[in-house]
Every structure is written in structure tokens, then in C-alpha cells.
Design a protein around this ligand. Sequence first.
Ligand code: BES
Ligand code: MN
Ligand code: MN
Length: 462
Amino acid sequence: MNQIQTYIAKHKSRFITELIELLKIPSISADPAFKNEVLKTAEAIKTSLQQAGCDHVEICETAGYPVVFGEKIINPSLPTVLVYGHYDVQPPDPIDLWDSPPFEPVVKTTERHPDGAIFARGACDDKGQLYMHVKALEFMTATNQLPCNVKFMIEGEEEVGSANLSTFIKQNHEKLKNDVILISDTGMIANNTPSITTGLRGLSYVEVEVTGPNRDLHSGLYGGAVANPINILTTMIASLHDDSNRITIPGFYNKVEELSKAERAEMAKAPFSIESYKKALDIDDVYGESGYSTNERNSIRPTLDVNGIWGGYTGEGAKTVIPSKAYAKISMRLVPNQDWEEITKLFKTHFENIAPKGVKIKVKPHHGGQGYVTPINSIGYQAASKAYEQTFGKIPIPQRSGGSIPIVSLFEHELKSKTILMGFGLDSDAIHSPNEHFGIWNYLKGIETIPLFYKHFTALSK
Ligand code: BES
Ligand code: MN
Ligand code: MN
């Protein structure tokens, strides 16, 4: 065993209990009822960074939830790694589908996690993954082997769109100055197939409202004679895809980056079993845009999905009613070169254009962000690749992800630095779903791999 493995073996149970304590605080940023808990989590992160060896830690107020900033500057002439993560979590709903309460973490084994996994909201996204960085710092400071400077920026509003983070970044260029940004908030292919995320999709999230008559009506007396907003809304939504499952909004694909045959062939080499994919989701077939594979559909192609739809009567029994209003929340995942604000406008114009007479339409943009792709020839990527190669015994596969971390493109724009996405979660870890979990093996592997990134990055920067 090398030094880091010995350190992990010695402190393993404490690493797990500390994470469990952090997971007990319900830091749900979407629900104002949890405000105190979110703030308490920021305090807990601050304490953990101090204990891990940061020389300076502060809680920076924003117009929303605060950013926890910490740093250890050993020598200004050495490179600086900026670690980003988020301490807020998704709401646990639907709560009935959890096998154990979301904020009472338990350790259980699973098929993919024979060494056990911690089940709790935020276990993987992102408390467990950000805490790997805190423990990696603890190791490096305790054993006097931090090879460069380190800064932490841990935010509390990622799951609600990071609305106040761009102002924070714009106002704190000097404080956040760095040579590379390191994030663990994505996944990898499998425990025996390490991968590094080289792309994220952008996002445009909108809410639409269709209004018909000025009040709910008797569906017998008025049915057939006035526009029913739910009928109209569902017809409009259905028209947003054509028979090939392509999005019909004019101009939507104009700037979409098309990958070359060679790039697509390279992507297709990543191990993937369509049979296990279907089995894990209990579906008899996959679905999506013609001409693209499942892995392409969920990473290099843009999408449009209804995330929620409501209106009319949904209570017990039956009520005969033509509702006055119908609503839907729609997300569009975007790929490089698509601009989220432009796509939001295209959506709004199109949605207003396709509405029939007899209803009024409102489109309310929520939040969004640009996509991201990172080259694999940067020293940051090379350092990460070497680190994984050492701890996994295999060269990691570069892979684009379908998820979004909108702040990453802003980092590049504002701070002019590249982000390296070293995620250790698995797609099956059920982030945002009931029974979210994070493998203990993955957690410890992350702690083992991160210090090697620092080492290689510092060496390659010379
Ligand atoms: N950590 C996720 C994003 C992610 C997960 C990217 C797995 C790649 C692989 C992040 O917390 C998240 O949930 N992002 C949101 C967007 C945000 C604006 C609410 C998303 O992707 O839906
Ligand atoms: Mn996340
Ligand atoms: Mn998330």
C-alpha cells in the first residue's frame, strides 16, 4: 500500500461518518422552508475546510445562499487549483418511494456497490463528491504533500440554477484566480471502466401557461364550444417533435455542432450494453432522434422534454370541468454552439406562433446555461488521466455527459480557465431520484485519485 492508501485505510470509518453527518442536514435550496438548514450546511462546510487545513475560510454572502470560500496558498509562484462543488441538494420527493428516509443516511450493499453505498439525498450529488476533495486536502496537508495552492468555492444554489453565482464570480476575479478548475459533480462509466467527462450540455428551462376561458367551466355545458387549455397545450407540445423525433422549432438546430464520422466512431468505442440499459430502466425499447445511438442521443444531441404538466381537476374521483388554465415546465438540453438565451427566444416565438385563436399564451423563462466541451490535450486533462491510470490501473475514457453544470462555461468566460470534470458517481446512483446513493468504494477511490491530480498537474505545469 502506498501512503495515501494507508491513510485512507486508517481513517476510512471517520471519512464515512463525517460524510454521513453532512448528509443529515436537509440543504434543499428549492424550498424556502429549509433556509436555516441550507445555511447550517454552509457552516458545516466551512468547519470541514478549516479542519482539513485551509488557512483562510469565509462564508461569502450573495443575494441568495452563500458561497463557502477556502484557500491554502503555499507559494504564489506555484499553480493554483480551484475546486468547485455545491452543498445544496434536490428536494427528496416523491418521499414515499425512498426505502429509508432521505436525510437519515444508511449504508447498504447493491449489485454495483458490493462494498456498500451510502443512501441519502445528496450522497452523490454533490455532498459525497465534494467531500472527497475536502478529505484529499486533509491527506495532503496532514502528510505535508500539498504540491501547489488550492482554493475551494462551494455554492448553495446549483440545484436551482446558480442565479447569484455569476455576480459573485464577476466581482471576485482576483480571489478566484486559478490555473485549473476541478469539479467532481458528474459520473463515470463503471467502477472497472473509468472515464472523465469532457462535455456537458447547456440548458434552457421554461414554464408555459395556456389560458382559455376566464373561469373553469362545466364540461357538458361548454364542452366542444370553447378551447380547452389542456387539449390545446398537449397538442402544441406534441407538435414540438416530428416523426423522426427531431425538434420542430424553426432555427433550433442551426448552430448545433455536428460531429465528424471519426469522432462518432471514437464515441461508439465506449463500452455500453443496450440490453442492460433497458433492463435497468424496465423499458422494452429505447426512444429518440432517428439516426443517432443512445449514447449520442443523451450527450451530443439537443433535446426538448416536458418535466411537469398540470391543470384542471386531479383530485379524488371525477369532476366534469374545462379548466381555465393549463401549465407545463419544459427543459431543452443544448449542445456546444447553441446559445441558451437565443434558444429560449426561438422557443417563445414558436410557441406563441403555434397557439390557435381562443387561448392566450405566456412563456416564462426560468434559468439556463451554456454547454461545455474540454479538449483532452490540456495539461489538466492529462494530469487527471494519469491520476486515474494509477488508481484504476486503466486509462480513463473521455466521455461527454448529458447533464448540465451551467457555471462551467461561465468559469471559462470569466476566469479564462479550463474545468476538469473528475466525477466518481455512476448513472445508477439515482441522483435527483428516490434512493440516491454513493458507493463507498467510489468515495474512497475519489479521495485516492484527487491528490495524484494535484501532483501531476503541478509537475506538468513546470
Ligand atoms: N451534478 C448535476 C449535473 C450532472 C450530473 C452532470 C451527472 C453530469 C452528470 C447537477 O447537480 C445538476 O443536477 N444539474 C442540473 C442543472 C441545474 C441548472 C439545475 C441538471 O443537469 O439538470
Ligand atoms: Mn450536482
Ligand atoms: Mn443535481
